[in-house]
Design a protein around this ligand. Structure first.
Ligand SMILES: *[C@@H]1O[C@H](CO)[C@@H](O)[C@H](O)[C@H]1NC(C)=O
Ligand SMILES: *[C@@H]1O[C@H](CO)[C@@H](O)[C@H](O)[C@H]1NC(C)=O
Ligand SMILES: *[C@@H]1O[C@H](CO)[C@@H](O)[C@H](O)[C@H]1NC(C)=O
Length: 485
């Protein structure tokens, strides 16, 4: 897919399955050349397709991806809490505006412009790009696309097959759904419910969400969009012009400048008319066309694998400084969500100990990449020894922190609580496993694939405790009197 500028042009619409196969083989070729890389097709950061981190799904998107490390035997799953990012979505209005600008630029300076008389292989690609339709409009503004609904239905089908007792028909009325207020999340939760319905009643159309036994998902932005409600985060990071210093510095650094020059030559527009932001949106167009339309866009031919790595890093830098280890408050702001998860687990353990039925066997929470990344960071995942900066791109080639692997569309972080009874052990035990994108995620303290619930809780005791005091998001008190002096 990511071919050099002289790569073969394919502006026609290819059937999605054939395209997926072609993509897979072209990436397989690349990744062979790059020893040590864990998969190569996820350079698009948060715009990565879920099936690119779970390639088994390309063949059969409804087949459960059973990780062999999932507990079986004497342990029964008694509760599942899933944090789910919405499915594939349209570009935001801001991205659409940038795309339109790029398109206008191409048409204004395109290959017919005599002042940039074509002098090389770029000509035909520039022409193909100028002719390539701009199918995105302002109204689309980040909404869930049909492919995104499908992401959710298929995830629901797979999870229901993987945990049949939890997602049983009897439990349907006890499902508990919470969502961010954003359309793409509300729509994702509805599509997920429809997938579950399809699992139980494959021959009857699902009722509307409002008529479902479990009731409609409840909107809770304090929980799912905690970043909008954390004053300290808003002041120190979100509204702070210098907080993303490394992102800005990388945009003007040598790696990006090389790409700017190269792309200007391909597009045949003056380099002064391009910016890192426009290049980034051009790169994302390759992913939008693929994820949304299922077509291989000529925009993919503008960038080769080395460019893709630089643009991936630019995206990761932003996630790192805004949502992850860059600033402590980024992850601390998620502690109420973290605490909410452990409260549900606590309650289930208590109910089980009293031989009562678990009141909420399945809890589904629909949010954003910005919901998942801080929480994973709070728990200590994907932390590199050195921070990601504008100046260590080369050194970070094998970094842990790659948002395309962590939070693609439809990414999901799942906590499974098990009740274990072993004839040999006199006392009952509760164990926990975590899954990220349907693969078992080793627990941070032990690196084991399973933990005693009590051990996990005591590892995170400080976070759970300090969150209770709930001063995480308060700003230091300003003394306005002295400030004005
Ligand atoms: C490109 O930049 C020049 C100045 O460098 C400006 O005059 C021109 O309007 C720009 N073209 C477009 C299409 O934005
Ligand atoms: C903005 O970010 C910079 C860099 O991290 C920091 O030094 C400064 O204190 C922040 N400003 C505010 C108002 O928090
Ligand atoms: C604010 O500053 C004034 C003058 O320095 C002081 O008298 C007052 O106690 C301070 N108030 C607070 C809340 O710290």
């Amino acid at each position: 897919m990511l071919r050099g500028p002289r790569g073969h042009l394919r502006a026609s619409v290819v059937p999605a399955a054939a395209l997926a196969a072609a993509l897979l083989s072209s990436f397989a070729r690349c990744s062979v050349a790059e020893a040590g890389e864990r998969g190569s097709s996820s350079y698009f950061g948060t715009k990565t397709r879920y099936e690119d981190v779970n390639p088994g799904l390309l063949a059969d998107p409804e087949a459960p991806q059973r990780d062999p490390r999932l507990l079986q035997g004497t342990c029964t799953p008694v509760q599942l809490i899933a944090l789910i990012r919405h499915g594939t979505r349209y570009p935001t209005a801001k991205q659409v505006r940038k795309l339109r600008h790029l398109h206008e630029l191409l048409r204004a300076h395109g290959p017919d412009d005599p002042s940039v008389a074509a002098a090389g292989g770029g000509r035909s690609l520039a022409a193909a790009l100028a002719d390539w339709p701009l199918w995105y409009a302002d109204w689309m503004d980040g909404q869930l696309v049909e492919k995104g609904r499908q992401d959710m239905r298929q995830l629901a089908l797979r999870l229901a097959s993987l945990f049949p007792d939890l997602f049983s028909r009897e439990n349907y009325g006890r499902l508990r759904l919470v969502t961010s207020s954003k359309h793409r999340c509300v729509d994702s939760s509805a599509a997920f419910l429809q997938g579950l319905w399809q699992h139980h009643y494959p021959d009857s159309p699902p009722p509307s969400v409002a008529d479902m036994e479990c009731g409609p998902p409840r909107i809770n932005d304090k929980l799912m969009r905690f970043f909008d409600h954390c004053e300290k985060f808003l002041t120190e990071v979100e509204r702070n012009a210098t907080a993303l210093y490394h992102v800005e510095a990388f945009k003007t650094g040598p790696e990006m400048q090389n790409i700017l020059k190269k792309v200007a030559a391909i597009l045949q527009v003056p380099v002064s008319n391009l910016s890192a932001d426009l290049i980034q949106v051009a790169f994302f167009t390759c992913s939008f066309d693929l994820a949304i339309k299922g077509v291989n866009s000529p925009w993919c031919d503008v960038f080769d694998i080395d460019d893709a790595k630089v643009l991936e890093y630019l995206n990761d830098l932003k996630q790192y400084w805004k949502r992850s280890y860059g600033y402590t408050i980024n992850s601390r702001s998620s502690c109420t969500l973290f605490q909410d998860i452990f409260q549900h687990l606590d309650r289930a353990v208590e109910q089980k100990q009293r031989s009562q039925p678990v009141s909420s066997p399945v809890i589904l929470q629909f949010g954003h990449a910005e919901t998942l990344l801080p929480l994973l960071s709070l728990m200590g995942y994907f932390k590199d020894k050195e921070p990601l900066t504008a100046y260590n791109f080369e050194k970070q080639a094998h970094r842990e922190f790659r948002s395309g692997h962590i939070v693609p569309y439809a990414s999901n972080l799942i906590f499974v609580l098990y009740h274990c009874e072993d004839a040999k052990t006199p006392r009952e035990e509760f164990q926990v496993q975590m899954l990220l994108n349907e693969k078992v995620l080793p627990l941070v303290p032990s690196q084991e694939t399973v933990s005693l619930y009590e051990d996990l809780k005591s590892h995170y005791q400080d976070i759970l405790q300090s969150c209770q005091d709930s001063e995480e998001c308060e700003l230091p008190k300003w003394n306005s009197t002295s400030d004005e002096l």
